[in-house]
Design a protein around this ligand. Structure first.
Ligand code: PLP
Length: 399
């Protein structure tokens, strides 16, 4: 008999669709994969070389649980240079990916009876990590007309005596939207007044477009910084998803608890990866600009295409690498005898009929949308959009 905890949890839906698309591909079917949440760029050579050097030099043993000092210092410098936030060594730690940092936070902070505020649509792992720690996710709906930025009044209405934390994600996966300074200031004020933690997942910080600027809520003032744990990592910024390195910065007591928890689970992140991470943070950052301008071209193209497909409309995202088209007008239409009634029906229909993999909005808490990753070549995006258009044209519209 499995534990009640194990029974509460579902596998990550984005990884599930990704593996289904990969299986179709392996069996010879030409599937275009817009389901993935990782850059289609390779890790830069200087970073790979740093890892090779670490292996050759025998840097292959346990390290301190929360990371080696040169890496902590590189992270401290990054926070200072990019975000103007001062941290000390005892206020930062590294983990096996940002997801692991978030998990350590969940273990360190949440418990039975606690409520954790999650603006919706949300990244898939937030609610499950809350549930795994016997706390309760409390969703706060955001709207397309507000650019999917939570209204401070809506947030305030959801606060209770049991509110332990708020999970913020800007730029957002899945919506691609960023929080503006004014909204962050109001949220910071609520966090201080009601004394809850802010978990700020800033993994897409480097992927912002046009006039958009990323602001870290911890940079606003010392009071909110004292309640914020910033989470970041190298997966998205340096195309390093498989290396597994993320980091967190926050109050020393929280970081210490997270380090203790990590010491009883994974111990340190891979020694070799840590050396690569030092190079990623201290070495040339030119790669990021190249990747960003390529994403920017694809972003403009894909949104323009989506807005010409009948039944769909799509806002222009200003961060991350996802388009989040509204597909509600398609629901109710039919393909042969089957009605497309939800984002899951539509995603499965597109996988079968268009051989295009993408993630139903339902996975992120909003059934009116699909998430399409544009971490794919422009060529594949062009082909994929054409396939989607042709498949959607086969649907018999709602009467
Ligand atoms: C990809 C992603 C992460 C996890 O990144 P890892 O460092 O690979 O664990 C965390 N949060 C969001 C919103 C993401 O999209």
């Amino acid at each position: 008999m499995l534990s009640p905890r194990a029974q509460k949890i579902k596998p990550s839906p984005t990884l599930a669709i990704d593996s289904r698309a990969k299986a179709m591909k392996a069996s010879g079917i030409d599937v275009i994969n817009f389901g993935v949440g990782e850059p289609d760029f390779d890790t830069p050579d200087n970073i790979k070389e740093a890892a090779c050097r670490a292996i050759r030099e025998g840097f292959t043993k346990y390290t301190p649980v929360g990371g080696i000092d040169p890496l902590k210092d590189a992270i401290i410098n990054k926070f200072h240079a990019d975000n103007r936030i001062p941290y000390k060594r005892e206020e930062v730690m590294v983990s096996c990916g940002a997801k692991h940092s978030l998990y350590n936070i969940a273990q360190a902070l949440y418990g039975p009876g606690d409520e954790v505020l999650i603006p919706s649509p949300y990244w898939v792992s937030y609610p499950d990590q809350v549930l795994l720690n016997d706390a309760k996710p409390v969703f706060v709906q955001t709207l397309e007309k507000d650019s999917f930025v939570v209204k401070p009044e809506a947030l305030e209405a959801a606060i209770t005596g049991r509110t332990k934390a708020l999970i913020l994600n800007s730029p957002s996966n899945p919506t691609g939207m960023l929080y503006d300074r004014k909204t962050l200031e109001k949220i910071a004020e609520l966090a201080v007044r009601h004394n809850f933690y802010v978990i700020s997942d800033e993994i897409y910080e480097k992927l912002v477009y046009g006039d958009a600027v990323h602001i870290s809520i911890a940079s606003l003032n010392a009071e909110v910084k004292a309640r914020t744990i910033v989470v970041n990592g190298l997966s998205k910024s340096h195309a390093m998803t498989g290396w597994r390195l993320g980091y967190a910065a926050g109050p020393a007591d929280v970081i210490k608890a997270m380090t203790n928890i990590q010491s009883q689970s994974t111990s340190n992140p891979t020694s070799v990866t840590q050396k690569a991470a030092v190079e990623a943070l201290n070495g040339s950052q030119d790669f990021i600009a190249v990747m960003r301008s390529e994403f920017d071209r694809r972003r403009t193209f894909i949104v323009k295409e989506l807005n010409t497909i009948p039944g769909m409309h799509c806002m222009i995202p200003n961060g991350a690498f996802y388009a989040f088209p509204n597909t509600a007008n398609i629901y109710g239409s039919r393909f042969h005898e089957k009605t497309i009634a939800s984002s899951t029906d539509l995603a499965l229909f597109l996988l079968e009929e268009a051989r295009v993999a993408l993630v139903p909005g339902d996975a992120f808490g909003d059934d009116n949308y699909l998430r399409i990753s544009y971490a794919a070549s422009l060529e594949d995006i062009r082909k994929g959009m054409e396939r989607i258009r042709q498949a959607v044209q086969k649907l018999v519209p709602v009467k």
